[in-house]
Design a protein around this ligand. Sequence first.
Ligand SMILES: Nc1nc2c(ncn2[C@@H]2O[C@H](COP(=O)(O)OP(=O)(O)O)[C@@H](O)[C@H]2O)c(=O)[nH]1
Ligand SMILES: [Mg+2]
Ligand SMILES: [Zn+2]
Length: 347
Amino acid sequence: MMSNFHSLVDLGWQTFFQQQLSLAEWDEGVPARVVDQYKSVITVATETGVFNIPLLATMPEMVVGDWLLLDSQQHILRLLDRKTCFSRKAAGSKLKRQLISANVDTAFIVSSMNDDFNLNRIERFLSLVNESGAETVVLLSKSDQTETPQSFVEQIQALDPFLMVEAINCLDEESVNKLSPWIKEGITIAVLGSSGVGKSTLINTLLGEKRQGTAGIREDDDEGLHTTTRRSLISLGEEGMILDTPGMREIQMADCMEGIAITFADIEAYAAQCKFGDCQHQAEPGCAVQQVIVSGDLEQRRLNNYLKLLREEVFNSATLFELRCSDKALAMYYKHTLSQTQKLKGR
Ligand SMILES: Nc1nc2c(ncn2[C@@H]2O[C@H](COP(=O)(O)OP(=O)(O)O)[C@@H](O)[C@H]2O)c(=O)[nH]1
Ligand SMILES: [Mg+2]
Ligand SMILES: [Zn+2]
C-alpha cells in the first residue's frame, strides 16, 4: 500500500495538530495518521512505517484522516482534535450519523459534464463541505465528452461567483495539471462525487499509475468487478495526501445547518427581508424571496433545493437527537443489567 517512510508534513501534519501536544507528548509520543479502515481495524502511517491497529469498543470513534498520538508500543494514547470533519446520515439507516473523513483541507466535488450533471447534487455536496470547514473546488470531469464545457462552468459560477471551478479530463495528465494550485505539500484533499464521475481515474492520473480500481478495470480480488468501496488516504509523495471515496449518491444531510446557510447565503440574505419571520417563501405577502424569483434573479430550482435540504436537515437532526437520548437510556440499561449479573455471579 503506502511506502514506508514519510515526513510528518508529507502525511499532512500541521501547526493545528502540533499545538495540541505538550512538550512531553511531543518528546515521547508518536503522531500517526489514520490512512485506511476496514471493519474494526485501522491502518495508520507514522514517520517510520505503516501498520494496523485493532480498534476496541472503548476507543473514541475514529475515521480516515484522523491524527492519533501513539506510545512507543503502538498503543493509542489519544485522538487529536479535528481541524475539519465530514459526516452524513448513515445510508439506509434512519438513526445513525456516519463520519466520512477528518482533517481534509480541500474537497474536490466532482461532477461529469454529461447527462449526470446535476446542480441539486452539487449544492448538496457544497453544503456538506461548507459545514466541514474545508475549502471547495468544483471539478467538472469528462471535458473530452462535451462540445461546450464553458456552459457547464457558467452554471456553477451562477451558483456563486466566488466558487472555484475547473473543467478537466481525468484521463489526461496535462488537463489534470490544472489542479496543481491545490495539490501541495502538507495539504489533504478529499475527492467527492457520485459514482462514475471519475474520482478514482483522477487519482490514478495524479499518481501516474492505476492504483485505484476504476469502473471498467477488473481488479484481481474476490470482490470481482468493482470500483471504490472504501475510503483510503493515499500519499502523493511531497504533494500531500488525497482521499478517494466511494460514490455517495444518496448522501443525506444531518447536522448540516451551517453548511446549508453558507451554500445558500444569497437566499438567506433575501429571506431576512421577508415580512414574516417564519416565512416559508411560498405565497406569503411581503416575501422577499418570491420577489427575486419573479424578477428572475433567483432560480426556482435553487429555492426548491434549498427548502428540500432544510427539511431533510431538520428531519434527520431531530431523529439523531432522539437517538442520542435513547442511546443514553440503552447504555444505562446495559450498565444496570451488567451489575445485576455480576451480583448474581458473586453469590
Ligand atoms: N472520457 C472520459 N472518461 C472518464 C473521465 N473520468 C473518468 N472516466 C471514465 O469513467 C468511468 C468511471 O470512472 P471512475 O474513476 O471509476 O469513477 P468514480 O466512481 O468516480 O471513481 C471509467 O470508465 C473512466 O475511465 C474523463 O474525464 N473523460
Ligand atoms: Mg472510484
Ligand atoms: Zn419569504
